[in-house]
Design a protein around this ligand. Structure first.
Ligand code: ASP
Ligand code: MG
Length: 425
């Protein structure tokens, strides 16, 4: 049997009891005859606590030092987990990201993996040991400084290592049993999806479903590494993320054109009111936002009023960047001559995702009718081949998710979803 890479999230190793439970689980996998490489996240909310600490001593912590600080969280869990495994009589060795050969660029806080040279991990496994690797971190190829991959980055560490080691599967353990048709915290009838394609998972993750780190899915898709998303708190089979061709037809219930409903409360909306309707104005506005390094999501431009020839342009962006974008745009007011700027951060995005929709007519109509029946007003709309997203008032996000979930018959009669742990922080 080959190598299995297992990644355990912070909620699975939140305390000593959790670490011991995970240690036993790893040993059980090893006893089945697999070679096991483990990637571990920081215990519980450690990463958030370290960020709070940094902010207490500096309003703007230097990126290099912040990365050095945050990687300590994963170093604690890897060492503690290795101790717990050894205490149960099995050989285990922990490695930092750098020791494990995770080579990145030098973008602190959002470093990209450019190479993985897992020689020491392979050697440890060849000698019969369980290798434990600190997630979410690497070392810059150019500066040799320690880097982090961005929040939630341990998933990406796990997939990258699985690819580099030629593993059979990358198992991602968290506090829910897999990927659900909606977030079980707000949709009690959510059902576990047995198999889902990389493409659908990417759309779900990009639209706010906090299932997997987006980059980990991109990585897995590029190298065709199957991911098994499951809970460390139960023995249940989870969700397999695989190639679209491998999502067996019988996995989808007859009417399931939609695989899931995702929601996102991390966005804000800016409206530029009264923009002169002539060439070059939208270009100038979005150039200013782009130059401020802000990633925008949806854009809507209204038809200009015939009398005034003025139009409104709205777009969404991450809430954390709202102030920066407003400042950048305000600087253009005189040059462009728009009337005013409006900022709204009490919005949310709700998306339906499903590979089946590309060949089924009437999906948007059914979605919008369900929203209308639930009294939810749509503020913006965007689509891709396998997704329809709407922006609604934040106070209506739950209603919108519930309505869409019901409209596409995604619910299960039994309550399937159990949320075992985690503070949701
Ligand atoms: N500990 C890091 C975080 O909380 C990385 C991870 O959990 O994957 O973002
Ligand atoms: Mg974490």
């Amino acid at each position: 049997m080959g190598i299995v890479v297992q990644k355990y999230g912070g909620s699975s190793v939140a305390d000593a009891a959790g670490v011991k439970r995970v240690a036993q689980r790893i040993i059980n996998t090893k006893k089945l005859g697999h070679e096991v490489v483990v990637v571990v996240s920081a215990m519980g909310d450690t990463t958030d606590e370290l960020i709070d600490l940094a902010n207490e001593v500096s309003p703007l912590p230097p990126a290099r030092e912040l990365d050095m600080l945050l990687t300590a969280g994963e170093r604690i869990s890897m060492a503690v987990l290795a101790m717990a495994i050894q205490n149960l009589g099995h050989e285990a060795r922990s490695f930092t990201g750098s020791q494990a050969g995770v080579i990145t660029d030098d973008a602190h806080g959002k470093a990209k993996i450019i190479d993985v040279t897992p020689g020491r991990i392979q050697a440890a496994v060849d000698e019969g040991a369980i290798a434990i690797v600190a997630g979410f971190q690497g070392v810059s190829q150019t500066t040799k400084d320690i880097t982090t991959l961005g929040r939630g980055g341990s998933d990406t560490t796990a997939v990258a290592l699985a690819v580099a080691l030629g593993a059979e599967v990358c198992e991602i353990y968290s506090d829910v049993d897999g990927i659900f048709t909606a977030d079980p915290r707000i949709e009690p009838t959510a059902r576990k999806v047995p198999r889902i394609s990389y493409e659908e998972t990417l759309e779900m993750a990009a639209q706010g479903a906090k299932i997997l780190h987006l980059r980990c899915v991109e990585y897995a898709r590029r190298y065709d590494m199957p991911i098994h998303v499951r809970s460390s708190f139960s023995e249940k089979e989870g969700t397999w993320v695989v190639k679209a061709e491998d999502v067996a037809q019988e996995d989808h219930m007859e009417a399931a054109i939609i695989t899931g409903v995702a929601h996102d409360r991390s966005q804000a909306k800016i409206t530029v009111v009264g923009v002169p309707d002539k060439p070059g104005e939208a270009a100038a506005l979005f150039r200013a936002v782009a130059d401020a390094q802000i990633n925008i999501d949806m854009i809507v431009q209204n038809v200009s009023a015939a009398a005034t020839s003025l139009t409104d342009i709205s777009f969404t962006l991450p809430r954390g960047e709202g102030q920066t974008a407003m400042t950048a745009l305000a600087g253009l007011q005189d040059a462009i001559g728009f009337e005013s700027l409006q900022y709204d951060d009490s919005v949310g995005k709700v998306s339906i995702v499903g590979a089946g929709m590309s060949s089924a007519p009437g999906i948007s109509a059914r979605f919008f009718e369900a929203l209308s029946d639930a009294g939810v007003n749509i503020e913006m709309i965007s689509t891709s081949e396998i997704r329809v997203s709407v922006v609604v008032a934040e106070s209506q996000v739950v209603d919108a998710v519930n309505a869409a979930h019901a409209a596409f018959d995604l619910g299960s009669d039994e309550i399937e979803a159990v949320v075992y742990g985690g503070t949701g922080r």
